[in-house]
Design a protein around this ligand. Structure first.
Ligand code: AMP
Length: 273
């Protein structure tokens, strides 16, 4: 497995690849959720390139850019075990200069939910991914459904900018007790981890109501709110795949998303219905 630091090294490596190239963008602190993306890419492509880059432009002032977990040695081992061919681990000044263009995520998809509390976040995501797609030129790029809004925005960007890349969604990986794996879980102590289980339990509650044919969004949200007490809820949203709120569940076209604070850590989770 090669570890690449510069754009030139990636281009040289890419030139040696024949067949399909899978790309998995990450911010490191890899866990079993990321590993699922890596394994999907390795099994579906001739070569897999992973990026590990804590992208400064998707963090707002005051967010956790500096304290975001960084575990490069463990990340390299996980990539190796999953059969990755190359890791791109650039410094920020390899990717960004003083004067920069910006790719703006469409307002319709990026101003709600995560974008409401994190304005500009998805512009940073679209900008760095455009750069990485241009550097790597992947056949397939892998994204977790865990970041549902990100996935929908990236799918939209690739389609509307005619980027010749296939976006592959990957199901959410959870711990045995239901908690969606996230690099930010490392901020939580045991007590907080127990509180964090309320997120997946509230989604399970929604799932059970839907199975019982209770499809009214308000009723479902009320039941979820009760499950999440006493945590501070940022949002509980029931939307279609264009992220528009819907009054009633439409099977196959609904996502239920939540963002909740466990102490100071903001966690997200969702359910694709
Ligand atoms: P991150 O390093 O947090 O930027 O995540 C990199 C990629 O891994 C994104 O596409 C995430 O959606 C995906 N990912 C993170 N956690 C999970 C999870 N628990 N299950 C599936 N995919 C995940």
């Amino acid at each position: 497995m090669q570890i690449l630091k510069t754009v030139q090294e990636v281009r040289q490596f890419r030139a040696t690849c024949s067949g399909n190239v899978g790309f998995v963008p990450t911010m490191g602190a890899l866990h079993a959720g990321h590993a699922q993306l890596l394994k999907s890419s390795v099994s579906q492509n001739d070569h897999t390139i992973v990026s590990i880059f804590v992208n400064p432009t998707q963090f707002l002032a005051g967010e956790d850019l500096d304290r975001y977990p960084r575990t490069p040695e463990a990340d390299i081992k996980i990539c190796e075990l999953c059969g990755v061919d190359a890791i791109f681990m650039p410094d920020a000044n390899e990717i960004y200069s003083q004067i920069e263009p910006k790719i703006l995520a469409p307002k319709e998809l990026s101003s709600t939910l995560e974008g409401a509390t994190r304005p500009g976040h998805f512009d940073g995501v679209c900008t760095v991914l455009t750069k990485f797609f241009n550097i790597i030129n992947p056949t397939n790029a892998y994204f977790g459904k865990k970041d549902a809004q990100q996935l929908l925005i990236v799918q939209h960007m690739v389609k509307s900018l005619f980027m010749p890349i296939n976006i592959v969604p990957v199901d959410i990986v959870r711990s045995s007790d239901g908690l969606a794996l996230s690099s930010r879980n490392s901020y939580l102590n045991d007590d907080e981890l127990a509180q964090a289980l309320k997120l997946s339990r509230s989604l399970m509650k929604a799932s059970n109501l839907i199975k019982a044919n209770k499809l009214n969004s308000l009723e479902i949200k009320d039941a979820m709110s009760s499950c999440l007490e006493p945590l501070k809820v940022d949002y509980i949203a029931i939307v279609d795949k264009s992220l528009k709120p819907i009054d009633s569940i439409e099977l196959g076209n609904t996502i239920i998303l939540i963002a909740v604070y466990v102490s100071n850590t903001r966690l997200i989770d969702n359910l694709w219905v």
